[in-house]
Design a protein around this ligand. Structure first.
Ligand code: ARG
Length: 366
């Protein structure tokens, strides 16, 4: 019996990680939470169904490349068990024509020390996604006597959980930004809802993005569930589609964070970093003008890197500016060709979930 699960941040030496799989990925039909989340000019509006097989195969090749790179560097890699998502799913409260995918694991699993918790996602199509990770959770549970296998309260996701007609008419980018600034999102406060990728872990402090996928009630839930931690709600007024914090605000090592220059952390929320001598640096511009086809995310997946330790970081191979900036910041960037996986939910950080990093729960902001 050994200790298998331990991780308190995104930069201490990575030893064991989960890398997602693209099998059976479906573009979900519109639902109250997602129709608002697909940009109005996106080619994905109104379309749904299984993703084309060759794109699934290419995404899996990219994911396998990442897994190989990690294994070559001595990191143990586990993979989820794919589920056939192209089938209707229902609960007492809703019915959807399909699920979505087992990508990205970062959205579903939150590792807090010796605990891995499945999150309370706001998309109905992601309601059952945690099941793809349950075989691994069960294995960790059998092998690690201290592993805490947990699950956030499951939201019901009835119609009360969403604002309706939120974007019925085409709204402009300015109006979207105004809504972000006013913290006016599609999810209501009916129940706690959160995606694990909205939670930035820095030891004792959790910085949680309030946006389209995580609501205020979730912050309150975190405060009560983790009374030993400080919970900070953060928001980035420059982001018209605030979903997941990891293409916006990305720590590289203790004391250093890169911040999306289009989505700067407001002055008021920067104070805690500045008061503790943390440096917040504008991330380098993306190398691409457009995301790849059928992609939900923005070109800022450029900064969605996977930190292996305080020096080494995996960066997407075509992101020349981000690679160069890493060197300037004293990091050793390792390029991995990963763009073919972007359309399946995100970049290198998104596509993984921590199982084991060395290190303890530090207090960086006392
Ligand atoms: N909202 C981000 C962007 O488009 C993408 C974040 C993806 N992250 C994730 N964990 N799935 O800029």
């Amino acid at each position: 019996m050994t200790k298998i699960v331990n991780s308190w941040n995104d930069f201490d030496p990575l030893k064991h990680v989960i890398v997602g799989k693209a099998d059976f990925t479906v573009i979900p039909d519109e639902e109250p939470a997602t129709s608002e989340k697909v940009p109005v000019d996106s080619e994905m509006r109104g379309m749904w169904g299984p993703r084309p097989t060759e794109t699934v195969e290419k995404a899996n090749e990219a994911l396998d490349r990442l897994a190989k790179e990690l294994e070559n560097r001595g990191v143990k890699v586990d993979r989820p068990t794919p589920i056939q998502w192209n089938q209707a799913m229902m609960t007492p409260d809703f019915r959807v024509p399909s699920g979505q995918t087992q990508m990205p694991p970062r959205d579903i699993l939150l590792t807090m020390g010796n605990e891995i918790m499945a999150s309370a996602n706001s998309f109905r199509c992601r309601y059952f996604e945690y099941l793809a990770y349950w075989p691994l959770m069960n294995q960790y549970f059998e092998e690690d006597p201290e592993f805490k296998w947990s699950q956030a309260p499951r939201p019901r996701l009835t119609d009360k959980s969403y604002k309706h007609n939120y974007y019925d008419e085409q709204i402009t980018l300015e109006e979207r930004l105004e809504r972000t600034a006013n913290l006016d999102f599609v999810t209501t406060e009916a129940e706690p809802m959160w995606d694990a990728a909205d939670v930035l872990r820095l030891g004792k402090d959790l910085f949680i993005q309030h946006g389209l996928t995580t609501n205020r009630k979730a912050m309150e839930w975190f405060k009560r569930y983790y009374p030993e931690h400080r919970i900070h709600a953060v928001n980035f007024p420059g982001d018209p589609y605030p979903i997941h914090i990891d293409a916006t605000f990305v720590p590289l090592r203790p004391g250093l964070i890169i911040n999306n220059p289009e989505r700067r952390l407001p002055e008021e929320q920067r104070k805690i970093f500045e008061a503790n001598d943390w440096q917040i640096v504008d991330a380098a511009p993306p190398a691409h003008k457009e995301p790849p086809p059928l992609c939900y995310s923005s070109v800022w997946l450029s900064m969605n890197c996977l930190v292996l330790d305080h020096k080494n970081v995996i960066v997407e191979a075509s992101e020349v500016h981000q690679l160069e900036q890493m060197e300037k910041l004293g990091m050793n960037p390792i390029p991995v060709d990963f763009r073919d996986a972007y359309a399946f939910g995100g970049g290198l950080h998104c596509a993984t979930a921590d199982v084991y990093r060395e290190g303890d729960c530090e207090d960086y902001f006392s």
